[in-house]
Design a protein around this ligand. Sequence first.
Ligand SMILES: NC(=O)c1ccc[n+]([C@@H]2O[C@H](COP(=O)([O-])OP(=O)(O)OC[C@H]3O[C@@H](n4cnc5c(N)ncnc54)[C@H](O)[C@@H]3O)[C@@H](O)[C@H]2O)c1
Length: 272
Amino acid sequence: MRIANDQVAVITGGASGIGFGLAEALAGRGVRLVISDVREEGLAKAGAALAEAGAEVTAVVADVSDEASVRALADRTKSAYGRVDLVCNNAGVVSPAAPLWEQTAHTWELMIGVKVLGVVHGVRAFAPLFIEHGTGHFINTASSGGLAPLPDRTPYTTTMHAVVGLTETLDAELKRISPALGATVLCPGLVDTPLGQNSETLGAIRLPPGTPSSMRAAASGRGGILSPREVAESALAAVEAGRVHVAPGGGVVERARARVAALLTDIEEGGR
Ligand SMILES: NC(=O)c1ccc[n+]([C@@H]2O[C@H](COP(=O)([O-])OP(=O)(O)OC[C@H]3O[C@@H](n4cnc5c(N)ncnc54)[C@H](O)[C@@H]3O)[C@@H](O)[C@H]2O)c1
């Protein structure tokens, strides 16, 4: 899908990080915005910053894990602009670092609620509007942890793998209706955002004392950390090129290739 002036985009988790980067990148192309987040104060600040930079922006508080809240977001979008072209199902939190047998049922319920059902609610609320309009595209944010194993983060990596599979299938379902409809899954490596701090605020994790407030500082020495705006530009380029997957970040392609190669080797050997 070509991204053009006067289109309308909805971004969940838009108050911070990658969501805010998507908002800036889209506003730079003249797209009108609905940014949404569960953190009211962060959302108000983000909305004010985007408006000050010249964006046309509506801010709507919504919890993506609550279907009624996401339906209300779709209703607000329709009443504000009468159309929607791009929906970024991006909101997310991270899970605590521990092996699977130490992850709690509460963590699983939270991660499935936000990351999997959050995307499902977004698709169920907005796909009918795309279909009615004849065009539209979803960007679903997963992670490089959705393309390869990520030890000590199973609730995160499981839900991210789910978002990859969900988006591949969703794209096929939308394309059956029209080639002007589609979906792209965004699987970045490490991005410089306050994901840890926001996840703590939202009760998803407890950060050890002394954790650096910036992801860049936490990742120092590991290299290859991206800015949210770089990730956003890669995502928009993928939408325009009609790609279903986009995975910016150092080492991500190599990790995905190793996983797919191991998978094919195993099933080819087992199939003989
Ligand atoms: N930062 C990274 O290194 C990285 C890498 C790969 C993927 N991701 C994924 O990118 C997405 C965005 O994360 P980010 O790094 O920009 O973090 P972030 O914390 O800066 O942004 C996430 C936003 O989602 C919001 N949010 C959380 N739960 C919500 C809910 N239930 N309803 C509505 N909003 C909610 C938060 O308040 C926050 O503003 C997440 O899904 C994350 O897993 C992040």
